[in-house]
Design a protein around this ligand. Structure first.
Ligand SMILES: NC(=O)c1ccc[n+]([C@@H]2O[C@H](COP(=O)([O-])OP(=O)(O)OC[C@H]3O[C@@H](n4cnc5c(N)ncnc54)[C@H](O)[C@@H]3O)[C@@H](O)[C@H]2O)c1
Ligand SMILES: [Zn+2]
Length: 370
């Protein structure tokens, strides 16, 4: 009989994760599938939990950016077959509530009682944790927060699988591109979209983390005239330059002034891909408002600001971005800096958190093979 346990990346406490043996998820509902995870990525949002900035409880398994091979199917699943290669949006959505019907899958009201929106392996995003909890039964922590299945593990249970799993071509090709469809490529694209961007316009993206680089890349793909990318981390600015964006180092002078000078005036659009951990030019003091203030200063009157925050309706974009990858027109994997086995996850979290050794985007292959 196959093993009933698997390896998973679990949160131990601030600045500590551990690879532990946990029970394997099971089909709990006819609409579920079990996916053998080929790739699960570490995200900037995982670091918020890793750093102890959230109500994440010790023992939660991380991982909301997941892809793999369908291993087992509930009897209600009609669109998928055993052996299919799939990628899941980080949001878990039921596909049947009013918000899902309207395409707002980030705000699904059916997966997470009393809350709009659910995600895998993320604090406060639902009962999908480890596949052990009953469907839609909230597991409350001491703060009344909910926890959800995980992906930084060898297997994951996908609820409402026909709706949540996007089919990919078989094989191993484009693995590092397709995994980015779970979150950061759609999120970056969404940031550009909600800025109101039109082809030919200029755009400034604040933050050259994975999301910022994806926003800049989306603007390049969508025909921007000038794309500026602001950060202070040299490897990240170098990655921006690789896709023909113009790197702006805010540790070397005011970002707004540098952009206006290089662009010959204000830009048409700007995107916030930093979030609440924005720092001042010195790099050590957090200034949560600085990016919004700079966006307002650098964007022309009647231009637009794109602030994706934590909510992106991944399903509005993932199918089309998948097809750009298959057609060879998009290759977002240029952001991937490291690919590791699950046993190296502890070290990778530490280095990624410190943004050292060029850690930009880390892909975990929990079952090896890449
Ligand atoms: N689905 C979603 O909606 C979604 C998904 C992933 C991430 N996010 C959010 O998007 C944000 C970015 O994610 P990420 O993974 O790229 O994060 P990240 O932390 O890797 O990157 C942020 C970058 O911003 C830079 N930065 C800090 N202060 C700055 C400033 N004043 N001006 C310009 N750059 C500055 C940092 O040096 C860093 O490289 C985070 O807040 C994250 O929570 C949202
Ligand atoms: Zn993510």
């Amino acid at each position: 009989m196959a093993s009933q346990t698997m390896k998973a990346v679990n949160y131990v406490g601030p600045h500590k994760v551990k690879v532990e043996e946990v029970s394997k998820p099971k089909i709990e509902h006819p609409d579920d599938i079990i996916v053998k995870v080929t790739t699960s990525a570490i995200c900037g949002s995982d670091l918020h939990m890793y750093e102890g900035r959230t109500a994440a409880e010790p023992g939660i398994t991380f991982g909301h950016e997941n892809m793999g091979i369908v291993e087992e199917l509930g009897e209600g699943v009609t669109l998928l077959q055993k052996g299919d290669r799939v990628v899941m949006p980080f949001n878990v959505a039921d596909g049947r509530c009013r918000n899902c019907e309207e395409g707002k899958t980030a705000f699904c009201t059916g997966v997470n009682p009393g809350f709009a929106g659910g995600a895998y392996g993320y604090v406060a995003m639902g009962p999908y944790r480890g596949g052990k909890l009953p469907r839609c039964a909230a597991s409350s922590s001491k703060d009344g927060m909910l926890t959800f299945p995980q992906g930084q593990a060898q297997y994951i249970r996908i609820p409402y699988a026909d709706f949540n799993a996007l089919k990919l071509p078989p094989g191993k090709e484009h693995e590092a591109d397709f995994i980015l469809l779970a979150d950061i490529f759609p999120t970056g694209w969404h940031g550009v979209e909600i800025s109101g961007f039109q082809p030919g316009e200029s755009i400034a993206v604040f933050g050259a983390g994975p999301v910022g680089l994806m926003a800049a890349y989306s603007a390049v793909l969508r025909g921007a005239s000038n794309v500026f990318v602001v950060d202070r981390v040299p490897e990240r600015l170098a990655a921006a330059a690789k896709i023909n964006a113009i790197p702006i180092d805010f540790s070397k002078g005011d970002a707004v002034e540098q952009i206006i000078k290089a662009n010959g005036g204000e830009v048409d659009r700007s995107v916030d891909a930093v979030g609440y951990q924005a720092v001042g030019s010195g790099g050590n003091k957090e200034e949560p408002n600085i990016v919004l203030e700079n966006m307002i200063k650098v964007t022309r009157a009647c231009g637009g600001l794109g602030i994706p925050g934590l909510y992106c309706n991944v399903k509005s974009y993932n199918r089309y971005l998948r097809d750009l990858i298959i057609a060879g027109r998009a290759k977002p994997s240029f952001v991937v800096s490291h690919e590791i086995g699950i046993e190296d996850a502890e070290v990778a979290y530490e280095k990624f958190d410190k943004r050292i050794d060029g850690y930009t985007k880390v892909l975990i292959h929990p079952n090896g093979g890449f």
